[in-house]
Unconditional design. Sequence first.
Length: 201
Amino acid sequence: MARSDALQAFLDAAFVAFDECAQDPRARRSITQIAALLETPQPQRSDLGKRLPVCEPWLGEVLSRRTGGTSLDMLIERFQAIEPLLEWRWRSVYDETASENFLTGHGNAMIVGPGGLEDRRDLWLGATLMAPNVRYPDHDHAPEETYLVLSEGEFQHGTSDWFSPGIGGSFYNPPGIRHAMRSAEKPLFALWALLPERSRH
């Protein structure tokens, strides 16, 4: 089964960047396992390609920036090549921890994973975009998760205070931990890679 050149180029760039930026040993192990799973392509969809209102103008703003890091700039360039094929979606379940502008101020795109450009169940690789001054709700999930942050923004996990990873920052969320994120005066853009327990070895 062949994977498109554009998606393969993005995945290659993503794992170079994740490998360079991830410092937590648990994140590095998780990313290595995800990369191994991706050596076997799964069916790719071609019927997606849907943007949300938050994508204009904020997506163009975050993707036009240069980070100063070769691997990060390559990653952003290759994300731009596949972005028109992605389906941006709202998170439909949220609570009072979300800001009032959350629904229209955010979008998530599954690149590889359930309902993604490459539709599979053994891993999730996607992106989140948030307009300025938006707070994502507290949430948790069973898969472990590694973030790669490509903009300014703040994050929280477990009982931690809010922290700013910075552009190129990476951190690890253990399975089931409560976590959240928020943007400030600029939009937030980040990639996330999740590995369900059944895929870990």
